[in-house]
Write a protein that binds this ligand. Structure first.
Ligand SMILES: [Ca+2]
Length: 694
């Protein structure tokens, strides 16, 4: 790629207002009067080879030219005019700070132990200031408040080379919630980032100050409505013909009223989750579709992923009144509800596709093959099956109308966000347009949007940014945990590396989803117990055998997975049944009835452990807003720490069949039980979590 001179002309022009802004700003202490068109800053992704820097990531305004700011250092922002759809080429100066969020070549082989590391410490009792302690040496430090640059001498000062005192800007006193972020780098690259929530300008120290709208405090719970609880037998309906549809893939009667009943009886509150992810509720067909030759059955739409009327509630799940009651009851106990929504496809019999048969992507590839399940080769056009054609969302009129359809659910019901199905099969433009519409039509709502993408870090993260989605499910960490704990060559060293790589891309305060399982995967416990094998057809296994838990050690490994998810940065997500270890092969065997009682002693131990972990997380600022530091990573042992304002939580995992003694040193002068060295003995397949200052 070549540099383009017109870009530099634009940079030069853009610098003039930047300089004016900086001088104007200094006359107005504590005030931030950047013009609206500048918007706020976001850390950008930069990829660099030897000659060219490619910048991605900014807040796009549809149909408008954007401006992005490159932070070369805190005193002199460079502005670059937005030139291309999602890439700016030709940035003259390499800026290590911006490599945060990108891994690529530049940092390959760099000694990560030499990166700067930051941690926060409390300061005065008034809570208007705090300290950032930096280890490993820093060359650059950038502090942002609500995306605006904080200035040295006014909002922060260097007490020493390794200690920075930060004062919340006065403007923060007017806002119930705002955030300070810190980024730092040295010659070896970019270190961890810091996120500090403020309440009316004071540092939030007490988890009781957090609300369900604080996205970092979320714990998700994913359920399949048809398989959860049957709360209203009046709406029960099934195809009921085993020669056509096997009972395992027919409707079982679960509904919205069932979910409401469990909200009201306190199940979710006691479990400690605060966001329910509801499976899709749009009307699905009444007849049978698809076909599996073994065991020879069609399927019903019990899962909800075949929308036929995209703005109607499936009457087998409930009515408008029942949905409104569910949402009201959830909010009454401070719980969010996000809706699983299918944008990628519609059922072939839907009135929409009957009226617009040309709205689908081509059924055949350019070289004449049937375009089915070609997930990566034809990512944006492939069909999931003959009866659910993919919508051509790259066409403007389709994108516009169908984003309105998605918006319908947020405008007409009090949902708190979406889980977006099949995210990577939908073009970025759709996500930008939908998000723009959400912001414009529901100001102040701050909905949480999490997507589903299997793929590389760069593909997954390309949808995660301001103006698009808050997060996606991090299947890579889940898969690496499966590998580490169920394959002979699996190692926690690999898991630790995967987590560090992800944090470098998504940031240390990401809102990615960390799952215990989901409706498209065999149950973790059944892989861990060996009842479902890695080398077999994992769907067929569930049709052919009764999958049970034949090795009880698997319960301990499952509890350890929950411990991992509930102590990592990000948003933990429990798939229904995983809170006690329901077994199962892949779809549909991973969708059995939820059970609420009659657990055996192993299941009860997992259920108790999960409750303890969720309550620990939600009562711990370090686990919700803390930084992350790996303390040890060996084949069988993994130890890491989260810390916030001088408090730390240390998680120890042992995947060995033997007890292990582990010793780690705490950074930043932190102590546990009066010592900076912590020694613990771990039982086989177990975890321990220690809190300092407790
Ligand atoms: Ca029912």
């Amino acid at each position: 790629m070549r540099l383009r001179t017109n870009i530099f002309r634009k940079i030069a022009l853009a610098l003039i207002p930047a300089i004016c802004l900086l001088s104007g700003c200094s006359q107005n202490e504590f005030m931030f009067d950047y013009p609206d068109h500048l918007g706020t800053l976001t850390p950008c992704i930069v990829e660099q080879d030897t000659t060219v820097v490619i910048l991605r990531d900014y807040f796009p305004k549809m149909n408008d030219m954007d401006t992005i700011t490159i932070l070369t250092n805190a005193d002199a922002p460079y502005l670059v005019m937005y030139e291309c759809y999602d890439t700016v080429e030709g940035v003259e100066k390499f800026c290590p700070l911006l490599v945060k969020n990108a891994i690529p070549a530049k940092l390959e082989g760099a000694d990560k132990s030499k990166l700067p590391r930051m941690s926060t410490l409390p300061s005065s009792s008034s809570g208007k200031d705090f300290y950032i302690k930096i280890e490993g040496g820093m060359e650059q430090l950038v502090l942002l408040w609500e995306g605006r640059i904080l200035e040295r001498g006014r909002h922060f000062e260097l007490v020493s080379d390794s200690l920075v005192r930060v004062v919340a800007p006065r403007a923060a006193r007017k806002m119930e919630r705002s955030y300070i972020q810190a980024f730092t780098s040295n010659a070896y690259g970019v270190g961890n980032d810091i996120l500090v929530p403020l309440e009316y300008g004071k540092v939030v120290r007490d988890p009781a100050q957090l609300k369900r709208t604080d996205k970092h405090s979320q714990i998700l719970y994913s359920l399949l409505i048809d398989r959860f609880v049957n709360g209203n037998s009046d709406n029960d309906w099934s195809i009921g013909d085993p020669s056509l549809v096997h009972p395992k893939v027919d409707y079982w009667g679960g509904d919205l009223a069932g979910v409401t009943a469990k909200i009201k009886d306190g199940y979710f509150t006691e479990l400690g989750i605060n966001t329910i992810w509801l499976s899709p509720i749009t009307q699905n067909p009444y007849d049978a579709w698809g076909y599996s030759p073994d065991p020879g059955t069609k399927y019903s739409g019990y899962h909800g992923y075949w929308p036929i009327f995209a703005t109607r509630i499936d009457d087998r799940f409930g009515t408008e009144e029942e949905l409104n009651e569910l949402l009201a009851e959830a909010h009454a106990v401070d719980m969010n509800v996000i809706l699983d929504y299918v944008s990628n496809h519609m059922h072939i019999e839907s009135p929409t596709l009957k009226a617009h048969p040309d709205w689908t992507t081509p059924s055949y590839t350019p070289d004449g093959r049937k375009n089915r399940e070609l997930w990566d080769e034809f990512r944006l056009t492939t069909w999931f099956d003959d009866h659910i054609p993919t919508l051509d969302l790259e066409r403007e009129e389709i994108c516009s109308q169908l984003s309105d359809t998605a918006l319908f659910w947020m405008k007409n019901y009090d949902f708190d966000g979406y889980r977006h199905d099949a995210t990577k099969h939908i073009p970025e433009g759709y996500w930008r347009l939908l998000t723009r519409k959400l912001i414009d039509s529901l100001p102040g709502k701050n909905l949480y949007q999490i997507g589903e993408t299997y793929g590389s870090l760069s593909l997954i993260s390309s949808y995660v940014k301001p103006g698009m989605l808050d997060g996606q499910f991090d299947f890579n960490v889940y898969d690496t945990y499966i590998w580490a704990t169920t394959y002979p060559d699996g190692s926690f060293e690999g898991l630790a590396g995967c987590i560090e790589g992800n944090l470098a891309v998504y940031g240390h305060h990401n809102l990615m989803g960390y799952i215990s399982g989901n409706h498209d995967r065999p149950r973790y416990i059944s892989l861990a117990s060996g009842d479902v094998r890695h080398d077999e057809d994992q769907k067929l296994a569930g049709w052919k055998r009764n999958i049970v838990v034949s090795d009880t050690m698997a319960y301990r490994k499952l509890a350890m997975l929950h411990a991992l998810n509930l102590t990592l940065p990000g948003v933990p997500c429990i798939y229904y049944g995983d809170e006690y270890g329901q077994p199962g092969a892949n779809d549909p065997d991973n969708r059995r009835w939820m059970e609420f009682e009659g657990y055996n002693s192993h299941e009860q131990e997992v259920a108790d452990a999960v409750k303890e972990l969720t309550h620990l997380r939600r009562s711990s600022m370090p686990l919700m807003y803390g930084d992350y530091f790996q303390l040890a990573a060996e084949n069988d042992i993994f130890v890491y720490m989260r810390s916030y304002m001088g408090e730390a939580v240390i998680t120890f995992l042992n995947k060995s069949a033997e007890p292990r003694e582990v010793s780690v040193s705490l950074p930043f002068g932190l102590e546990y039980d009066g010592s900076s060295v912590v020694n613990v003995t771990l039982e086989p397949y177990s975890y321990q979590i220690l809190e300092t200052n407790k």
